[in-house]
Ligand binder design. Structure first.
Ligand code: SAM
Length: 238
């Protein structure tokens, strides 16, 4: 069955965008997933199809109206798909969320613009609010593209046998080990000896230790969770 992505947006021409290329683009052509962008302007009010208004309480910028956004949501066939609203105010989007979305029938992504969307329609629609990082984008379309790209590559048949989601960063709660390819010597720098040994158990051990080391150095949050789960206090020596 085709995995269905719908974006509710004021800029439908931004889709599929980069998702029409490479891995996701080929999967789109093969019908593994489908992409529909719905223009929320179609639900705008009056001759000028207004979708936003000034914030109650004052302040800069505009807010997307709840009646317009609700009509746009009502206009689509959800068919059991979660409604996701990317926003810097959301919980951090994680690979576990991506796995859950990819395992379902698809997602509907509500792309905010201006200062964001009226809170009441987010509550009423039960939208999941997720952030793709601690910075501010100009709109939700790029965040939606990030979310959809991450989902699509996990769909059955999208990644070839040469690519694998098993050993990637976050698969086991750690960042990935460093990667090397030919030439074995470059710019006076050697590839770690063990990787040339052909000794699979030693390579696996080295990679796991390297994953632990980089995770401790770069992501104390992931390292703390890993420690709590495994009881390990320091990284193994690579
Ligand atoms: N006023 C909002 C705030 O301070 O939280 C920022 C609004 S931003 C200019 C416009 C839209 O871009 C948001 O409604 C959201 O849909 C999207 N957006 C911006 N940054 C994002 C992020 N880090 N993660 C997910 N979506 C984001």
């Amino acid at each position: 069955m085709t995995w269905q992505a719908t974006a509710l947006t004021l800029f439908p021409a931004m889709f599929p965008g980069t998702l029409g290329q490479s891995l996701a683009g080929r999967a789109l052509e093969r019908g593994i997933w489908s992409m529909e962008a719905r223009d929320m302007r179609d639900y705008g009010l009056g001759r000028h199809r207004v979708v936003d208004d000034t914030p109650f309480g004052g302040g800069a910028g505009m807010v997307m109206r709840p009646d317009v956004v609700a009509a746009a949501i009502a206009g689509i066939e959800r068919a059991g798909r979660p409604l996701v609203y990317p926003t810097p105010r959301g919980r951090p989007l994680a690979q576990a969320d991506i796995r859950r979305y990819a395992a379902g029938p698809g997602v509907v992504v509500l792309c905010g613009r201006y200062e964001g969307v009226d809170e009441r329609v987010l509550e009423a629609s039960g939208a999941e609010q997720v952030s793709i990082g601690d910075y501010i984008l100009s709109g939700g379309e790029v965040a939606a593209t990030v979310l959809l790209d991450a989902c699509v590559r996990l769909l059955p048949g999208v990644m070839g046998s040469g690519e694998s989601a098993v050993e990637e960063s976050f698969a086991d709660g750690l960042l990935e080990y460093p990667l090397y390819t030919k030439p074995a010597q470059w710019d006076g720098r050697d590839v770690p000896e063990v990787l040339l040994s052909g000794h699979h158990a030693a390579i696996a051990k080295w990679r796991h230790a390297a994953s632990e080391t980089v995770t401790q150095a770069r992501r104390p949050d992931l390292w703390a969770a890993y420690q709590a789960r495994t009881g390990q206090d320091t990284p193994r020596i690579a």
